[in-house]
Design a protein around this ligand. Structure first.
Ligand SMILES: C[S@@+](CC[C@H](N)C(=O)[O-])C[C@H]1O[C@@H](n2cnc3c(N)ncnc32)[C@H](O)[C@@H]1O
Length: 344
C-alpha cells in the first residue's frame, strides 16, 4: 500500500477542497461507491480529457466540431448583435472560436468551469484572438445557482448559453432538467442555448469511445484516485484498481467505474473504506439522448427546441433552445456558486 500523502496544514483547506472531501467521503460510504464526475477534471484530468478528444475512437468531439463548422451560421442566426455568451463546462474552449466568429460583434464571453487552471488559460488564449471582447471567467459549479456579473445582466443584451461536449449527459435526466431551469434563471427572458448531445446507442461505437486501446480514458479515470491521494491525503494504491466502461442499454447511458482488483482497505481523512475484489467506484455517467427525447426533456424544463443539427449517422446533435415565455417566472439567480459538490 502507498504511504499516505500529507494533508494540507490546518487553516489552508479551501472551500473547494472541503467540498471535494465531503463528496468523496459521502460517496465512498454508499453501498454502490460513487464519486461525482466533476472531480475528474483537475489539471492532469483536464489534459487527459483533451487527449481523449483527439483519439480515433472518441467520435463526439470531431462530430460536434464538424457540425459547428457546417452549420454554426444557421445555429447563431437568431442571436442579435452585442450578445453575452455563457459557456458551461468550457474546459479548453476549443469549440468557442467557431461560435464567436459566427456572432455579430459579441459583447462578452463568460466561460464557467470548476477546472480553475484550464479556465484561466483558455480565457487568456481566447483574449489573444478576440481582443475587443470582454472575457469574464466564472469559477463555479454549474449544478448550483450562479449569476452573471452585474454589468452583463442588462436585459436588452441578447444572451446565449453554449453547452457543448455532451457534458449535459453527465447529469441524470432529472439533474439535466434542474440544470436547464437554473440556466433559465441565470440567462433570463428571451435567452437562447446551444447544447451538444450524444445520440449514439450502439455499444460497438460507445464502448471503444470510453475505453480506448491506448488507455488514455483509463488514465483519466484512475487520475481521480491520484487526485484524492494528493489533495485529501488518501492512500489509494492505483495499481489496485482498473478502469471499466459499461453500457447500460436499460438506462441509455455509459458508466465509468474503477474496479478493485483485490480485497483492500483505503484510508482517507481519518476513516477507512473496505473494497471487496471486483467492487467498483462509479465515477461517471454519460446519458445518450435521441433528438426527440432531448427536446422533450428541454421542454419539461421550460425551453423550446427550435432547431437541431445532426450528422448523417445521427451520432451527435446540437440543439438550439429558446426559453419559453411560460418559463420566465423562474427566479433570476442572484447567488454565486458555493462550489458545492456536483450531483450525479
Ligand atoms: C466533458 S468536458 C467538456 C469540455 C468542453 N466543453 C468540450 O466540449 O470539449 C466537461 C467540462 O465540464 C467541467 N465540469 C464538469 N462538471 C462541472 C460542474 N459541476 N461545474 C462546472 N464545471 C464542470 C469540467 O471541468 C470540464 O471542463
Amino acid at each position: 500500500m502507498n504511504a499516505p500523502h500529507a494533508l494540507p496544514p490546518p487553516g489552508t483547506v479551501t472551500a473547494a477542497t472541503a467540498a471535494f472531501a465531503a463528496n468523496v467521503l459521502e460517496g465512498l460510504a454508499q453501498p454502490q461507491k460513487r464519486i461525482s464526475s466533476a472531480w475528474l477534471y483537475d489539471r492532469r484530468g483536464s489534459e487527459l480529457f483533451e487527449e481523449i478528444t483527439h483519439l480515433p475512437e472518441y467520435y463526439p468531439t470531431r462530430t460536434e466540431i464538424s457540425l459547428l463548422e457546417a452549420h454554426v451560421d444557421d445555429m447563431a442566426r437568431p442571436v442579435g448583435p452585442g450578445a453575452v455568451v455563457v459557456e458551461i463546462g468550457s474546459g479548453s474552449s476549443r469549440k468557442t472560436p467557431l461560435l464567436l466568429r459566427a456572432l455579430a460583434a459579441p459583447h462578452a464571453y463568460v466561460p464557467l468551469d470548476l477546472a480553475e487552471e484550464f479556465l484561466w488559460e483558455s480565457a487568456r488564449t481566447l483574449a489573444r484572438e478576440f481582443s475587443g471582447l470582454r472575457i469574464a471567467p466564472l469559477l463555479a459549479d454549474f449544478t448550483q445557482p450562479f449569476a452573471l456579473p452585474d454589468d452583463l445582466q442588462a436585459p436588452e443584451r441578447p444572451r446565449l448559453g453554449f453547452f457543448p461536449g455532451s457534458t449535459i449527459g453527465n447529469l441524470s435526466p432529472a439533474g439535466a432538467i434542474a440544470f436547464l431551469r437554473l440556466m433559465a434563471g441565470a440567462l433570463g427572458a428571451d435567452a437562447l442555448m446551444l447544447i451538444g448531445t450524444d445520440c449514439t446507442r450502439d455499444p460497438a461505437a460507445l464502448l471503444p469511445a470510453y475505453d480506448d486501446t491506448r488507455g488514455v480514458t483509463a488514465a483519466f479515470n484512475l487520475n481521480l484516485l491520484a487526485r484524492i491521494n494528493r489533495e485529501l491525503g488518501a492512500d489509494f494504491a492505483l495499481a489496485g484498481f482498473r478502469h471499466e466502461a459499461r453500457y447500460r442499454a436499460d438506462l441509455g447511458r455509459i458508466e465509468m467505474h474503477l474496479v478493485s482488483r483485490r480485497p483492500q482497505r483505503v484510508r482517507l481523512c481519518g476513516r477507512h473504506f473496505d473494497f471487496a475484489a471486483g467492487e467498483t467506484i462509479h465515477t461517471e455517467n454519460s446519458y445518450k439522448y435521441s433528438r426527440d427525447d432531448f427536446c422533450a426533456l428541454a421542454h419539461a424544463a421550460g425551453w423550446l427546441a427550435e432547431g437541431s443539427w445532426s450528422d448523417r449517422q445521427q451520432r451527435f446533435c446540437i440543439h438550439r433552445l429558446r426559453l419559453s415565455p411560460r418559463a420566465r417566472s423562474y427566479p433570476r439567480a442572484s447567488l454565486r456558486s458555493p462550489m458545492h459538490p456536483a450531483g450525479a
